[in-house]
Write a protein that binds this ligand. Structure first.
Ligand SMILES: C[S@@+](CC[C@H](N)C(=O)[O-])C[C@H]1O[C@@H](n2cnc3c(N)ncnc32)[C@H](O)[C@@H]1O
Length: 238
């Protein structure tokens, strides 16, 4: 098959959620669908309720000590994660990622690191979050930003997307396509980009980009990337 990936074994991704239907479009309409079709990865959505307790497949309960809302219970989560990775030490190349607003902020470096593993399991929380003992299942806890969402599904989808597009053969243009992007090799934001027409409503494409002079274009992009990063994300320069 043309475009078949040969450089790296297929990455296996499991996503555990109480809302598995949220991933329907994500799996058929995104870069992930292309990566699966190319044989770069396999993605399984696991319904946490299959590991729920009792007749009603219960996965949550009231917090000890009082407080609003419900917490996710240990039993279903231990059952679901262990069904994917076993109950002993994690095999090399396996990472179990908990989605959590109190996790470390997920970055491009993490996406790069996870794209080199062989098996990733994403844990999507819900309600008021996880019983704290569930943390022991995870090798990593990641937040996608300083805000609180209803569940971990969108966080997991964002992370999976950013990982899968780095797998060999998934994006046209290869590693060069991602190295020159924001947070790429130089750690800066990407310089502004333009396409046709050369002038739109009085706004002109910078002359240098039309010059055909590749060394001038490269120098311009470098200085614009730095200027943009200083303005929008000075923290990246520290
Ligand atoms: C309503 S949140 C729980 C918030 C928790 N009570 C707190 O204050 O930190 C439910 C679930 O959504 C997911 N979630 C919410 N915001 C997130 C974020 N910024 N990054 C990653 N996961 C998030 C997590 O899986 C979390 O367990």
């Amino acid at each position: 098959m043309s475009g078949m990936v040969t450089m790296q074994a297929m990455l296996k991704i499991d996503v555990i959620s109480v809302q598995p239907k949220m991933f329907a479009g994500f799996l058929t309409e995104s870069i992930v669908a292309r990566a699966v079709a190319k044989g770069a990865c396999e993605v399984n959505i696991v319904d946490l309720r299959d590991f729920g307790e009792g007749r009603w497949r219960k996965v949550d309960d009231k917090p000890y000590g009082g407080g609003p809302g419900m917490l996710m219970k240990c039993g279903p989560w231990f059952g679901a994660v262990e069904s994917r990775v076993g109950s002993g030490d994690r095999a090399p190349g396996t990472r179990v990622v908990m989605t959590s607003p109190s996790g470390r902020k997920f970055t491009q470096r993490d996406a790069e690191e996870l794209s080199r593993e062989s098996h990733l399991v994403f844990m999507c929380g819900h309600y008021e979050g996880f019983d704290a003992r569930i943390d022991t299942l995870a090798t990593d806890a990641f937040s996608v930003g300083d805000f609180v969402m209803t569940g971990g599904e969108l966080a997991a989808a964002a992370m999976v997307d950013s990982i899968v597009r780095l797998l060999p053969g998934v994006l046209g243009g290869g590693p060069a396509a991602t190295a020159s992007e924001s947070f790429g090799r130089d750690g800066l934001l990407e310089a502004p980009q333009y396409t046709k027409p050369p002038e739109f409503r009085g706004m002109k494409v910078p002359e240098v980009l039309l010059s055909g002079d590749h060394s001038r274009i490269e120098a311009w992009r470098k200085s614009e990337a730095r200027r943009l990063t200083e303005r929008e994300r000075p923290d990246l320069l520290r």
